[in-house]
Design a protein around this ligand. Structure first.
Ligand SMILES: Cc1cc2nc3c(=O)[nH]c(=O)nc-3n(C[C@H](O)[C@H](O)[C@H](O)COP(=O)(O)O)c2cc1C
Length: 232
């Protein structure tokens, strides 16, 4: 397919994209009076929805903690930083499937993905399930370990997270990934509110979106490209 992008447009897109990545910082202090427009938050969620995932199983959900009481309970029980988790416009808990949640033999969720999302016939599903099991067993070596299986799905959830952070930056919405909180308590809060069944879904990572009340204290610090990229 011919590339319709002119050199000028490509240059514009590249520089705008890099500017967005430079704008994106892990924001520690949010202006609690400023809220995202619904269409902006939807755009950010759409970026997660379109994120790639291993075998296309999208083993995540985005749980938007809208109810003030539940959000306050989440912050209090998990020990999340209130300057971020309580004050940002939106707090999202990203969950990932457990080993049971993506059990290749029995998972209802995988059946849904195969049939409804990928549009497979029953025969195709019957071939795909053992193929996926072999992939988990022989290639990744994660099948049989609850921790390794959850690690596998969490890795996918983090890709969705990265898409959200980048999408937010593109429209100059501030954000921060939040890993520094009790993951067990986060799973409990979500389960107690009947938002997840912890047998099949557990908390992976959170993210907040909103508008900064102050700039980060230090400049964005990264290793130079020559140190990061190794050519053979
Ligand atoms: C998966 C992940 C988890 C993170 N967890 C936290 C966190 O719990 N609290 C926090 O303030 N920053 C958190 N951060 C932000 C990082 O500390 C930050 O991205 C890093 O120091 C680089 O700074 P910058 O994002 O401003 O360039 C997290 C980032 C990622 C990617």
């Amino acid at each position: 397919m011919p590339n319709p992008m002119t050199p000028e447009l490509k240059h514009h897109v590249q520089s705008t994209f890099i500017e967005a990545l430079e704008f994106r910082r892990a924001i520690k202090a949010f202006d609690e009076t400023r809220h995202l427009a619904p269409e902006d938050f939807r755009f950010i969620c759409e970026a997660a929805r379109l994120a790639p995932s291993s075998n296309g199983i999208e083993p995540w959900n985005l749980i938007v903690l809208r109810e003030p009481r539940l959000r306050a309970e989440f912050v209090q029980r998990t020990g999340a930083n209130p300057e971020q988790a309580a004050k940002a416009s939106h707090l999202v808990a990203i969950t990932a499937k457990t080993a049971q949640g993506i059990d290749p033999d029995t998972s209802e969720y995988l059946g849904h993905i195969a049939r409804t999302v990928k549009g497979m016939t029953p025969d195709q599903v019957a071939t795909w399930r053992p193929g996926f099991k072999q992939f988990l067993t022989r290639m990744l070596g994660v099948h049989g370990s609850d921790a390794a299986m959850f690690g596998y799905t969490c890795r996918q959830a983090y890709i969705a997270l990265a898409h959200m952070l980048t999408a937010a930056a593109v429209i100059q919405v501030d954000s921060c990934a939040l890993e520094g909180l009790s993951h067990a308590a986060a799973t409990d809060v979500l389960a107690d509110a009947d938002l997840i069944d912890p047998a099949t879904d557990r908390f992976a990572v959170a993210a907040v979106f909103g508008y900064r009340s102050e700039d980060p204290k230090r400049p964005q610090a990264r290793r130079p490209l020559g140190e990061v990229v190794i050519y053979s």
